[in-house]
Design a protein around this ligand. Sequence first.
Ligand code: SF4
Length: 307
Amino acid sequence: MLKYLVILLDEKSVSFCHYENPVKENKLISKEDLKAGILFAMKENLNIQFVYPSEELPKEYSEIINTIDHSDIKPISKQRADVLICNSVTEFSNNEINKEQVYVIRTKKEDFFTNLSLLKKNIFKVQRVNMVLTDIDTFSEKDFEKYKEALKELSLETEKQIGKGGFSQINILTDRIMLKQMNNCNAGAEVITLAPNGKFYVCPAFYLEDEKQSIGSLSEGVNIKNAQLYQLDHAPLCRICDSYHCKRCVWLNKKTTFELNTPSHEQCVVSHLERNAAKDLLLKTQIFDNEIKEIDYLDPFEVREQW
Ligand code: SF4
């Protein structure tokens, strides 16, 4: 059942996930489509998340937006929003950090590994950070090793913070500690996106990849072909997996395996390294009443016969 509607206010709306937005020219959603999108969300009882470009919106757009309860996703340059987006660890660290804010740090592996110390220094100053590795599909065996070590370092810092009575949420480390069931992106199942062209998409990545991949429009409504493919119970590996925090990105699945419901080896291994780091942190801190089992694989595909 749909729960959320993401509305891209402009062609240049900031990316908050794995995909890149290469668009250089602003093109706002029309005021009519913005109003119709809000009405659609009201009728379907959906929570709205507006995604902004760096440029200021005309005043009349802000007035329309403020007619409904919503969340704002903005580039870090805007300084205030429900979620602020940065495109590297350095960009995050070089900006004035507000401890009340939630941040998304989109980063490539090299940026992440190189600037780990900077990240450790600043990440614990805020209430929540979502790390998004945008080149996860390029991880090699060597990168997996480096990532495992990096997670250990972040875990040690988290342990120290907990020892001092603090706790910052870092999705790749602490989400799994708190979760007892799957909590994934759910694009196409619980979340859809309204693009500036007035059409619906599974998520912004599908829109930016090819406008023809729409799943309906404001005038025709939503029509998701093979909708079951976006559901957890039709994802043979994910449905028996306990990396509950994994994004389970259907766009990455399609890009890497050509199947919406089949993840890549890289996505699974990275998620399992995070899961295992969370398990060790939970054992050491007992900060939540949860249990994460010891397992001997990093990719559920390796043990598919056991299931
Ligand atoms: S780790 Fe792999 S199998 Fe598990 S939820 Fe993530 S994508 Fe699915």
